[in-house]
Design a protein around this ligand. Structure first.
Ligand code: GLU
Ligand code: ZN
Length: 385
């Protein structure tokens, strides 16, 4: 069997969502438990959404949470570059796109905005666009003349209209889709950049990715990805699509939202002083129900030793539970030494709470307080953050 290789592939679009951290954690564990590699890949092909400083946030988050990558832009493992815009400059995406064009599996499309607009239809109140393969029927001469004239183009994947595609997801099981429902997606954009959908396939192949764990918003694109793997003669990785973390709201359930919920941002936990270990344990708790018992029986073990199982996760989104998280925080802090609690509290207070940091200046006194009933068999569990 080949070495397990997973990748965390965030797009540098701003703050880190707790859902991103969750994917990173699961990918880290899948790799580490099997003695494999955990990679960091920056997916910056969407230049319009790029946010300055976002890459630093990604680095800091991984560092602070102890999800140390074995390979990444700052650690060459021989499969680089690890930033998609740099990979683009090497010409690999264009090379494979042209190979697909040669094989008739992709084609140049010169349609302008107006023509594409005219293809839009409304289905169930939602506007959708299915490309009509117009440019698939251009002759070789027409294509060459257009290219020579410098006409803007995209390259589209040529998806068959008939038949079905069946694929396996580690969480969802086997899924079958009608090919007629799949659009001829863009592989190379008019600015020359690959789309995420194309780049992730090429990169996962070239970087020898064995497992992909990502948000289920990508589930419907898997048939497109798998066709690319197939047409290029690549072996596809295993896929696990995870559902979003949910929240109770007005008697209903909805996705944890970056806009509405402060707890959706990873930075929130740091600001609150909730230990990163508690956040990680909580995220494992909502993934595998066996984790809680394992933790009870193995209170000193590292989480890397837990046998994390993708297929034990539920496909219906887990409900976010702050009370549970704080409860885990209490247990995590109860196992720290007084010195450790002191150092961490001071560091936090210096950034977020002047009054507390003043109080903590008397270290000896603070250590005595933090040391009350600490270190015995049943330590006190009264500090959650
Ligand atoms: N850049 C994608 C995202 O942030 C990654 C999805 C994947 O892991 O393939 O959603
Ligand atoms: Zn076209």
């Amino acid at each position: 069997m080949s070495k397990v290789r997973t990748r965390f592939a965030p797009s540098p679009t701003g703050r880190m969502h707790v859902g991103n951290l969750r994917s990173a954690l699961y990918e880290f564990l899948i790799a580490k438990h099997a003695g494999g590699d955990f990679m960091l890949r920056i997916e910056d092909t969407d230049q319009e959404r790029f946010v300055e400083g976002a890459v630093d946030i990604i680095y800091h988050t991984l560092e602070e949470t102890g999800l140390v990558h074995d390979e990444g832009p700052d650690k060459d493992g021989g499969y680089g570059p690890y930033v998609q815009s740099e990979r683009m400059k090497t010409g690999i995406y264009m090379k494979y796109a042209k190979e697909l064009v040669e094989k008739g599996e992709a084609y140049y499309c010169f349609c302008d905005k107006e023509r594409l607009e005219s293809l839009k239809t409304e289905v169930d109140g939602k506007e959708i666009m299915m490309y009509d393969k117009h440019c698939l029927h251009l002759s070789k001469e027409e294509v060459e003349a257009n290219l020579a004239a410098g006409k803007p183009f995209v390259i589209r994947q040529n998806i068959p209209n008939e038949g079905t595609t069946t694929f396996h997801d580690e969480l969802y099981g086997d899924i079958t889709v009608d090919n007629a429902e799949l659009d001829d997606m863009i592989l190379i954009k008019s600015d020359g950049y690959p789309t995420y959908n194309f780049a992730n396939v090429i990169d996962d192949h070239l970087m020898h990715t064995t497992h992909v764990i990502r948000s289920d918003e990508w589930l419907s694109s898997v048939p497109l990805h798998l066709q690319l793997f197939h047409e290029l003669g690549f072996k596809a990785p295993k896929y696990a699509h995870i559902s979003p973390i949910m929240k109770n709201d007005n008697g209903g359930k909805r996705k944890l939202s970056k806009r509405k919920d402060p707890e959706a941002a990873v930075s929130y936990y740091k600001e609150q002083g909730i230990p990163t270990d508690a956040v990680k344990e909580y995220l494992l708790n909502i993934a595998n129900s066996t984790f809680e018992n394992w933790r009870r029986a193995n209170s000193d073990k590292k989480i890397e030793e837990f046998d994390f199982q993708l297929n034990k996760m539920s496909v219906s989104g887990a409900l976010f539970d702050m009370i549970k998280l704080l409860d885990i925080g209490k247990t995590v802090i109860s196992k720290m030494t007084a010195e450790d609690v002191y150092e961490k509290s001071l560091k936090w207070a210096e950034e977020y709470d002047n009054e507390l940091s003043d109080l903590l200046k008397d270290k000896e006194y603070a250590l005595k307080i933090f040391g009350i009933e600490r270190g015995n068999k049943k330590p006190r569990k009264d500090i959650a953050k």
